[in-house]
Ligand binder design. Structure first.
Ligand SMILES: Nc1ncnc2c1ncn2[C@@H]1O[C@H](COP(=O)(O)OP(=O)(O)OP(=O)(O)O)[C@@H](O)[C@H]1O
Length: 250
């Protein structure tokens, strides 16, 4: 579904993404992990043609995303609140997005009803504009608007970051359902190793713009990633030794 060829992005003389070749097949659920500044968002932005690479290209269903439009009809993404429209209420925004996808208000209402638990009574019929929602609730609106589009490709950048634990749990189930029951190809980035290994069947580990590991998720993947990121080791913080317990994350 997605093919990346010789992709390079350079900022201020520093190469921040460098991917010689990567293929993401239709129906895969891919998790992107890596420390701050590893290049995850920059990669997302190039896949969505929001920024142009210095060299190389991204193909979606065989078509270069830069300069073509077909991929936009089957791709839904939420990277940050910049994807929303601040002066609309969540309902108005959903009707707007539904309208772009030829959905009637009744169809949108049906989806919103199904998303009731996910919204947790905090978003709809509150008389609030999107700009007045918390970051977590804005994220819920963004994710919900993606699902409303019935996409073939769903891309979410750190969707677990600002949402509460019960919503994280619901979001994980929604992502699994989207991928496993509806066959939606999902690419999700996260710093939460538990969530990402739970949801994704393939993990790409990025470091300084390079994909250094491409792992088919198994029962040992979480440990492998925790070892890589140093979770569970004793970290010296001045005179105080802070022990990060691996079991905390289970
Ligand atoms: N517009 C920009 N101008 C200059 N440098 C940029 C720009 N956008 C990103 N970078 C740099 O590119 C590198 C990769 O950033 P990116 O946001 O893709 O990382 P990330 O893996 O998403 O990080 P995080 O986990 O913190 O979200 C960083 O060093 C960042 O400072």
């Amino acid at each position: 579904m997605i093919e990346i060829k010789s992709l390079k992005k350079i900022y201020n003389g520093i190469t921040v993404v460098d991917i010689p070749h990567l293929e993401i097949r239709k129906g895969e659920s891919v998790g992107l992990v890596g420390n701050n500044g590893a290049g995850k968002t920059t990669l997302f932005r190039m896949i969505l043609d929001l920024i142009r690479p210095e060299s190389g290209e991204v193909l979606s269903n065989g078509e270069v995303v830069a300069g073509h439009e077909n991929w936009k009809s089957y791709t839904a993404s939420y990277l940050d609140e910049g994807f929303l429209i601040d002066y609309l209420t969540p309902e108005e925004y959903m009707y707007f997005v539904g309208g772009l996808h030829q959905q009637s208000r009744a169809q949108v209402d049906e989806t919103l009803t199904k998303l009731g638990d996910f919204f947790n009574d905090e978003i709809l019929n509150r008389g609030k504009y999107i700009r007045d929602l918390s970051k977590g609730n804005q994220c819920k609106v963004g994710v919900a608007s993606c699902l409303l589009q019935n996409p073939q490709l769903l891309m979410l950048d750190e969707p677990f970051a600002n949402i509460d634990p019960s919503t994280q749990f619901r979001l994980k189930n929604m992502l699994k359902e989207a991928n496993r029951s509806q066959g939606i190809t999902t690419i999700v980035s996260s710093h939460d190793l538990n969530h990402i290994t739970d949801v994704c069947e393939r993990i790409l580990l990025m470091e300084r713009g390079i994909i250094i590991k491409d792992i088919a998720t198994s029962s040992s993947t979480l440990n492998e990633l925790e070892d890589y990121f140093g979770v569970g080791q004793t970290v010296s913080a001045g005179t105080v030794n802070v022990s990060i317990d691996k079991e905390e994350n289970h």
